[in-house]
Structure formats: structure tokens, C-alpha cells
Design a protein. Structure first.
Length: 745
């Protein structure tokens, strides 16, 4: 007997609704101080007459829970979360009665030490392709700042490639940076990471949590084809004022927070500015011409059943990726938006409205190039439970304004301004089948002003074959499309300047089809491991054209491709010790045609591995807490990335300009290069280490944290890229010692 997907969903909802004819209870569980949702909080109902009559559930990613099919009677309701004091209440249910009970839990200072460490966050734990990251996870990774930064945590994940410590570019499972969607409180950030790749606008003392999907992401997210990083910035403290300030040779920052209206409205603000341009000549052999800054402000209003927040983020980066070249790069982000949610009649309503803008420039002495993009977006969504089935419905409106001036840089693109409007929606269900299987089908529908209707079905599942105490199988698959694409000159690693435009070609969108399968298991107390295999088909990816003559300008063409690989992680987390070992293998292949390929190679279509195709990557992390001291170390290894090898030089006489004197003129020198990306750079490996010490003020009124450490501890000469025009090797940072200081009050 054949059953359609629609029929299956209707059946599941009908069954859930039938059970809902009995009493039900729903609500939100949040942190008392900040009002942020607590994911995975336990809700238990115990019948006071028959204690064997138990009901239980856990909150979802919105902090929402729903308990259905409750028999009439009086129940003790316990809402608990590790590291927090429980809420204990008594409720009486009549037949068909729907009640709402929310809880704002206070932290339990006695058990706070183990709080977030073991609650739903782990480098070896994924949920149907999603990894939830907490501020505690971020702070574990050794970095040249007192505390941690989210970008450093991402770089230890298998399948995540950063080609250097400059440029702020991250490639995830064969995808380019513009194929990644980075969201902050629901708003898109086009170019989120700073020019010095240790830093981002997401330090550990501002991040509440982040959901990272390296592939197979949910229907809630659309418009990108590689990955999603959904960052939730924390709300300010509603009850008391506090702040911090830090200083290191690389950067200085200050953070303040506190109530605007006690118990209801709070704010948190952070201001960050780089110092490396001014200080690098003191401790390095040459100055590092890199500058960055960022500002973040968030205001939140918290109620029992609703909350709203507004935020503003601004970043500015400027510098030279290669100090020997004349090119100066600049980029700016401006993001502002509001996010509100309310629980009414057991329905969770959410609205997000925001503006995201990015501009970047490539500046030379005699010319410059510019690209900018601005997006206005509004999303409405509704989440509710039909029995045990969670349903989410959403609609969105989006308009993007694009302008660029690439005269002389990209053939066929000069100066242009235009906009693209789109609307659409998504639907997604989470359907538990028995105690061990959950299926999450969904789809995205997009309608662009100049594209056909786009339908992107997706499905994810989780299965515990041996019960929840055993291992877990997870899988995801789906279709993903992207109409606005950021392309750069990827012929070498310094191609950081990004031009945002519609995908070349009539009514074409970049497209990826994902499939992944994973297994994760806790081996013993403190030990866990996970493995995941993935495969992607790529279509209509804009790439730079190839020429056997190295030249400044380029053209665009569309390529198809495949990506496949595997991620392996082994994690140990017990008491004072934390360790992580991860390995990632990725194989990325593009296939492109070009008019001259047949003449040059005797074949019209050429396969090649793009410049970010780093096959093997190993990361190890270890931290040890010794009282007020924390020792941290990180070792990274990466196999060589592809590059195009130079073959030699020739000289050309230009007869189209004027008739040259062939007896006395030698002509203009050119570099002749091999087939695209046939060579491999040397392997990369580096060790970073640090020691951190906390000095507590009397009466716990504040603390001072000092950190001493070094980047590239054994001074490995890691190549950043090879300049084929000058035959020059450009290295990453050498051994760099640092000391940082942070004051918290």
C-alpha cells in the first residue's frame, strides 16, 4: 500500500489532535535573569492520586513545551533544568481544558559549575546535522584573548577550512564563504568575520548559543546552499549592572550591561577595536597592516509570555592581505533588527524584521572596485503542537538592493544597480514515531520577481535503535537554492573582495542537493564520539575563468560540481579535563567548460579542484582546570590546498596599440601557467597554547583574568599562498607571543 507524504502528515496530525481532546499543558521555560529560552528543560506531571500516572516532555529549541492527553485530575508539575532551581506547582485539569504554565528559572549557585557543560552542547553531539554551541564551548578554545571567540570554535570543526589567519574567510564542506548563511538574532550578516581571522563580533561573553548546520539544514533557513550558523546573542542582565574590559596586543574591547527598567527591560553593549596595526612592529619582524572594529547593542523587554528585542551590529575592516601588494581591502557590515515572540492559546508567534547591509572595496593607487548589497527582510512564523507533533509555518518578504562597479576587473560587468524582490514561506513538522524515531519533513517555497517558483523539499530524521541510552542514527537530505551569489577572484587565497550579484545566466540559481548520514554514541562516562558522511551535488556555481596567461582581470562562468567527505570526532569531558580530536576529509571537484578549453587541452570540459579543496584536516584541543588556572592548547593540521603552477614567462608586443619597434623593444612580460589548480601547497600545521589565571576580588565584586600564550608555538613557516606574478611565497604569522588582560565588575 502506498502512502503519500501529505497523507502521512495529515494522519500524524489527526492522531495528535484526537489525543488533544483530553486536557493539555504548554508553556515557555526561560532563564530568570536574561529571559532567554532554556532548551531541553524537563517538564514532569505527577498525578497526586495515582503516582504511576506520569507525563513528561522537554522544551524544544524555542524553550516551548507541550504535554497532551492529560487525564482529568490534580497533578504536581515540576519544571527543571540542570544548574537551575526547579519550579514546583500544583494544577487541576478538567476534561478538555488547555492550560498554560511558563517558568523563569533561577540559576542554582551550588550546582552552577556543571551547568551548560553537559546540557545539550558537545563538540561530538549533533542533532540531525545540527550542532548546538554554548558560550562554555566557545571559551574552551585557546585564542589570543581573555575568553574565547566563536570563529575559533568553528575552525576546530571537521569540514571547516580557514585558508589563513588573514582574510576572514571560512569554507564549509566544500562551500564558499558566500554560500554560508550567518545569522545574528535572526538577521543576515554578509561578511561576518574580521580581517584577522582569530576574531569575529561573537565573543563568548556575548553569545548565548549558536546552532551550526554544516549541511542538511532545516526549512526555516533559505537563500544559501552550503551551511547555516544561527547565532543568538544574549540579553542583558535585568537586575544589576556589570561590565568588562580587555586588552591584548591584538585588540581592546569593553562590554557593559544592565537594566533599563528593572525586571523588565535590559541592555547589553560591546565595543571592540584592533591594535595589531599599531603594535605588530614591536614584536614581529614586520608591521601587519590590518585594522578592524565592531559595535553591538541589544535592548530586550521580557515578559512572562512574550519578549521583544532590538539590536544593532556594525563592523569595519581594512588592511592588506599581502603587505607587498598595493591593494587595500575594506569591508563594512551594518545590521539592525527586531525580534518578538509571544505565547497565546498554546501557539507561539514570532516576528523578525531586519535590515542587513554590506559594502566592500578593493583599492589601488590608480583605480578601485566596489560592491554593495542591502537586504530588508521580514519573517512571520507560528509554532504549535498537534498532540506530540510540532508544526512550524512561516512566511517571509525580502528585497535586496545590489550595486557594484567592476570596470576593468570582470569582463562583462561594469557599473550597475538593481534590486530583487522575493516572497515565500516554509513549513516543517517534527513527528515522533514511537519512543525512538523522529522525522522532520518540510519544504521551502520561494517566488522571485525574475525567477520561476522554487520548491525545496527537505527531510531530517533521528533514530535510537537501542533506546535513548544507546547510540543515535541521524540523517538529512534536501534541495537548496541561492539566487544572490557572492563571487570573488578565487585564483589565489587573497581573493577576499566579494561581488554580490544575481547568478549569471537566464533565470538560473545556484543549487545544491545534500545528503548526510551520521552515528553518535557515548562510549563511557565522559567519552563520546560521532561520525558523519555527506555528499553534495552542485549546479550553476559562478567561478573565475581560467587562462594560460596570468592576468589581472577575469571573467565568470558557471560550474557544476560534487562534494563528498566524512567527519570524525572523539570528545572527552570529565571534571577538570576536556579534550577533542577531530578529523575531516573533503573532496571538492568542479566541472566547467570554456570556449578555449578544446584548443588548449583537446577537451571542451575540464574537471579541477578549487583553491579551497583541502582534503585532510586534523584538530586537537585540550584544556585543564587547576583551581584558578586554566591551561589550553590547540594543534591543527591541514593538507595542502590547490594552486595554479606557473610554467614560465614570455613577452608580448602589442600591435593593436601602435606598431612596436621590434628591434629595440622587448615587449611586456607575461606569466604562463599550468592547468587550473594542478599543484598543491605544502601542508599546514601549528600549535597554539595558553595559560589563564583568574584573580577574584574580595566579596566577589569582580575579577581580573590574565592570559599568557603563543600562536604558532614552534614557529612553523606555514604558507598562506604563492604569488604567481612575483614568484613570492607569502607566509602566515610566525611565532607570536601575547599577554591579555580582562577585568570583570
Amino acid at each position: 500500500m502506498k502512502i503519500s507524504l501529505g497523507g502521512f502528515l495529515l494522519s500524524a496530525i489527526f492522531i495528535g489532535s484526537a489525543g488533544a481532546q483530553q486536557a493539555s499543558l504548554s508553556g515557555l521555560v526561560t532563564d530568570y535573569q536574561t529571559g532567554e529560552p532554556l532548551v531541553g528543560a524537563n517538564v514532569t506531571l505527577i498525578n497526586l492520586v495515582n503516582e504511576d500516572n506520569l507525563f513528561g516532555t522537554a522544551t524544544d529549541r524555542d524553550g516551548l513545551y507541550s504535554v497532551n492527553r492529560i487525564n482529568p485530575g490534580t497533578y504536581r508539575v515540576v519544571i527543571s533544568f540542570l544548574g537551575y532551581t526547579s519550579k514546583d506547582d500544583t494544577l487541576t485539569f478538567e476534561s478538555l481544558e488547555n492550560k498554560t504554565l511558563s517558568a523563569a528559572l533561577k540559576t542554582d549557585d551550588v550546582n552552577l559549575g556543571e551547568v551548560i557543560i553537559s546540557q545539550n552542547t558537545s563538540a561530538a553531539r549533533t542533532e540531525m546535522g545540527r550542532q548546538r554551541i554554548s558560550s562554555v564551548d566557545v571559551s574552551r578554545i585557546s585564542s589570543p584573548v581573555a575568553g574565547g571567540d566563536l570563529v575559533n570554535y568553528l575552525q576546530i570543526m571537521p569540514g571547516v577550512v580557514s585558508l589563513g589567519n588573514r582574510g576572514g574567510q571560512i569554507f564549509i564542506r566544500g562551500g564558499t564563504p558566500s554560500e554560508n548563511m550567518v545569522m545574528v538574532d535572526g538577521a543576515l550578516v554578509y561578511k561576518p568575520f574580521h580581517i584577522l581571522s582569530f576574531y569575529s563580533p561573537f565573543p563568548d561573553n556575548l553569545v548565548s548559543s549558536a546552532d551550526f548546520y554544516p549541511g542538511g539544514f532545516t526549512s526555516e533557513h533559505s537563500g544559501r546552499i552550503s551551511s547555516v550558523l544561527d547565532v543568538n546573542m544574549r540579553n542583558g542582565n535585568r537586575f544589576e549592572y556589570s561590565g568588562s574590559a580587555s586588552l591584548s596586543p591584538f585588540m581592546a574591547d569593553i562590554m557593559v550591561e544592565g537594566p533599563l527598567k528593572k525586571e523588565e527591560t535590559s541592555m547589553v553593549a560591546s565595543f571592540k577595536k584592533s591594535l595589531i596595526n599599531e603594535t605588530s612592529s614591536w614584536y614581529l619582524s614586520e608591521q601587519q597592516p590590518l585594522k578592524f572594529e565592531s559595535q553591538f547593542i541589544k535592548v530586550s523587554d521580557i515578559g512572562e509570555y512574550s519578549n521583544c528585542s532590538g539590536m544593532l551590529l556594525r563592523t569595519k575592516d581594512e588592511g592588506k592581505i599581502n603587505s607587498q601588494r598595493e591593494e587595500t581591502l575594506q569591508w563594512n557590515n551594518f545590521v539592525t533588527g527586531i525580534k518578538c515572540r509571544a505565547l497565546q492559546d498554546q501557539n507561539l508567534f514570532q516576528v523578525k524584521s531586519n535590515i542587513s547591509s554590506m559594502s566592500n572595496s578593493s583599492i589601488y593607487e590608480d583605480r578601485s572596485y566596489y560592491s554593495g548589497v542591502t537586504q530588508f527582510r521580514t519573517d512571520f512564523s507560528l509554532s504549535k503542537y498537534y498532540g506530540n507533533v510540532r508544526a512550524e509555518y512561516g512566511v517571509l518578504f525580502r528585497i535586496e538592493w545590489i550595486d557594484y562597479d567592476l570596470t576593468g576587473r570582470v569582463s562583462g560587468l561594469t557599473a550597475e544597480e538593481y534590486n530583487m524582490k522575493s516572497t515565500g514561506g516554509h513549513i516543517q513538522f517534527s513527528i515522533p514515531i514511537g519512543d525512538n524515531l523522529t522525522i522532520e519533513p518540510g519544504t521551502v517555497v520561494s517566488l522571485y520577481s525574475n525567477y520561476p517558483v522554487s520548491l525545496e523539499p527537505r527531510v531530517r530524521l533521528s533514530y535510537f535503535p537501542f533506546g535513548e541510552d544507546g547510540g543515535e542514527i541521524s540523517a538529512a537530505a534536501g534541495i537548496y537554492r541561492q539566487a544572490i551569489y557572492g563571487f570573488n577572484d578565487a585564483r589565489d587565497a587573497t581573493g577576499v573582495f566579494v561581488t554580490w550579484a544575481k547568478v549569471p545566466g537566464e533565470s538560473k540559481q545556484a543549487e545544491a542537493r545534500h545528503a548526510l548520514l551520521g552515528w553518535q554514541q557515548t562510549i563511557s562516562s565522559g567519552f563520546s564520539y560521532s561520525m558523519e558522511v555527506y555528499y553534495k551535488n552542485l549546479y550553476n556555481i559562478p567561478v573565475s575563468t581560467w587562462s594560460p596567461i596570468a592576468k589581472f582581470s577575469t571573467d565568470l562562468q558557471l560550474a557544476d560540481g560534487t562534494v563528498y567527505g566524512t567527519d570524525l570526532r572523539l570528545e572527552y569531558n570529565m571534571g577538570r579535563h576536556y579534550g577533542l580530536l577531530s578529523y575531516g576529509y573533503t573532496n571538492t571537484t568542479y566541472e566547467a567548460s570554456q570556449d578555449n578549453f578544446g584548443e588548449w587541452f583537446g577537451e571542451p570540459v575540464v574537471e579541477y579542484n578549487p583553491s579551497h579543496d583541502r582534503r585532510h584536516q586534523v584538530n586537537t584541543v585540550y584544556s585543564l582546570e587547576l583551581g584558578r588556572y586554566t591551561l589550553g592548547a590547540r594543534w591543527q593540521f591541514g593538507s595542502g590546498a590547490p594552486f595554479t603552477r606557473p610554467l614560465g614567462f614570455d613577452e608580448i608586443l602589442w600591435f593593436d596599440r601602435k606598431f612596436p619597434d621590434v628591434t629595440n623593444t622587448t615587449g611586456e612580460q607575461r606569466v604562463l601557467v599550468d592547468r587550473p589548480f594542478e599543484g598543491r601547497l605544502p601542508t599546514y600545521h601549528s600549535l597554539d597554547a595558553s595559560i589563564e589565571r583568574v584573580f577574584q576580588f574580595s566579596n566577589d565584586s569582580g575579577s581580573i583574568t590574565t592570559k599568557v600564550g603563543a600562536i604558532n608555538l614552534y614557529n612553523r613557516k606555514n604558507m598562506f599562498y604563492y604569488d604567481i606574478f612575483t614568484q613570492e611565497r607569502i607566509n602566515q604569522l610566525p611565532l607570536t607571543a601575547y599577554i591579555s588582560l580582562r577585568i570583570d565588575v
